[in-house]
Design a protein around this ligand. Structure first.
Ligand SMILES: [Zn+2]
Length: 434
């Protein structure tokens, strides 16, 4: 964090004590809004021969090699059910005391990837996997009463974080991945069962968050929490239940939202992939809750402008060792082996899609195209289908790819999604034009 305490207080509503009630809801919450531009569904686009189709084929192969029971093992253990297979290695089974603690995130990414791949290819093997995993998660949920976790200490990290106690790892980051997987199983595979599990988990979260004072809630959001606000805004858009809209706004980190909506770039030194998903959520809140032109929308647009146009390399990637560096320090960071995390590019492209739909300016997709070729297509090993974490700007530097069964980095997760959704942004349409 590079904020001074004074800045932090200012953006928390100053005096912190004054910031004890829920943030004001975006106005006209139930307004129906259709962006001027819509994308075609994955099922409407088929890739022709070329490097994108080749990347998709490699991803298909890897997705079918992964075993759902191994990704679900700890969800079952935590629900008091015997695992059906041993859990995978890497980040799926790091020791409890290690900081990187997002056990279970792969199941969420996998649901998204398999659901998208089903829609992209029509191959029913992906639909069967989605259905199986959703049924297994529903079985776990029947035992837990709503929550779904694969952490070594069960639901404790979520409960402790809300209680204002010390908590381990990034439990809300991981929860976002699971919820996003359920959302995509619903949207891209058409799974009604996935919507039910998504709703039940969100209802559990809603209840668990209910009595938490706002100041403590915002402090909890200082820790990386993915796009919790995004996936709750999405649920609101589908169900029109206002409690999800309220919760999406509670999960919006005010110490990022406030300066961005004032047009202030305070990003130096911040962890990049902690911020981008929050901003995708701001953009979704603007879109789904009728606050176009308001705080959330302004914050999302300003963030995109500063990151895409002032903080990115010529390739469309950004950051060094996962963090934003001062804008006048590009030269210093060029020899680094750890520039341009793939998750960051993946998430900047998701933000770009969202903004472009509301405001179809060519600069959005000029950026998208650069990032797609340099940061996404090139992130995959064209021989094995494995993906990179960083894409170093250092000339001649090696590319390090994940292993099939013992890595499961964040970038493995976003990596398996990337090559299943090449069709989603090629074409878009207005009411009467392509
Ligand atoms: Zn990553």
């Amino acid at each position: 964090m590079t904020h001074s305490r004074r800045d932090a207080l200012k953006y928390l509503g100053a005096g912190a004590a004054t910031y004890t009630c829920a943030p004001a809801l975006a106005t006209s919450i139930a307004r129906d809004y259709t962006p001027p531009l819509r994308y075609f569904g994955l099922k409407d686009v088929r890739l022709g021969d070329g490097p994108f189709l080749a990347a998709q084929k490699l991803d298909e192969k890897y997705l079918l090699e992964l075993e759902p029971d191994r990704m679900l093992a700890n969800f079952r253990s935590n629900a008091g059910l015997p695992p059906r297979a041993p859990v995978y290695g890497g980040w799926e089974s790091v020791e409890p005391w290690i900081w990187i603690r997002c056990h279970g995130h792969t199941a969420g990414h996998y649901l998204t990837a398999a659901a998208c791949m089903f829609e992209t290819t029509g191959d029913t093997r992906f639909a069967e996997r989605v259905d199986y995993m959703v049924a297994e998660l529903a079985g776990c949920q029947a035992k837990t009463g709503g929550w779904l976790t694969a952490f070594p200490d069960g639901v404790a990290p979520l409960v402790d974080s809300l209680a204002g106690k010390e908590f381990a790892g990034v439990p809300w980051y991981t929860t976002h991945k699971v919820l996003a997987g359920l959302r995509d199983a619903h949207l891209h595979r058409g799974s009604k069962a996935a919507l039910d599990v998504w709703v039940k988990f969100s209802d559990w979260i809603d209840k668990a968050c209910a009595g938490v004072p706002e100041e403590r809630f915002q402090k909890m959001l200082d820790r990386e929490h993915g796009g919790m606000n995004e996936v709750l805004a999405d649920l609101y858009a589908i169900t029109r239940e206002t409690r999800y809209a309220h919760l999406a706004q509670r999960f919006s980190h005010q110490s990022l939202l406030r300066p961005l909506s004032d047009g202030l770039d305070k990003l130096d030194g911040l962890h990049s992939n902690t911020q981008i998903p929050k901003v995708i959520g701001f953009s979704r809140i603007a879109e789904t809750m009728g606050s176009i032109g308001g705080t959330y929308d302004e914050a999302a647009r300003f963030f995109w402008k500063t990151v895409a146009e002032q903080r990115s390399f010529a390739t469309g990637g950004h950051g060094d060792v996962e963090h934003f560096f001062p804008k006048n320090e590009f030269v210093k960071h060029l020899p680094s082996g750890k520039t341009m995390e793939t998750c960051c590019t993946h998430n900047m492209m998701r933000l770009t899609r969202s903004l472009y739909a509301r405001d179809p300016q060519v600069r959005y997709f000029d950026y998208f195209e650069k990032a797609l070729f340099n940061g996404i297509l090139a992130a995959q090993d064209p021989e094995t289908g494995m993906n990179t974490y960083f894409q170093s700007t250092r000339p001649g530097y090696v590319r390090l790819y994940h292993t099939p069964f013992d890595s499961f980095w964040c970038c493995t997760g976003s990596g398996i999604e990337n090559h299943a959704r090449y069709g989603e942004s090629i074409y878009a349409h207005t009411d009467d034009a392509l």
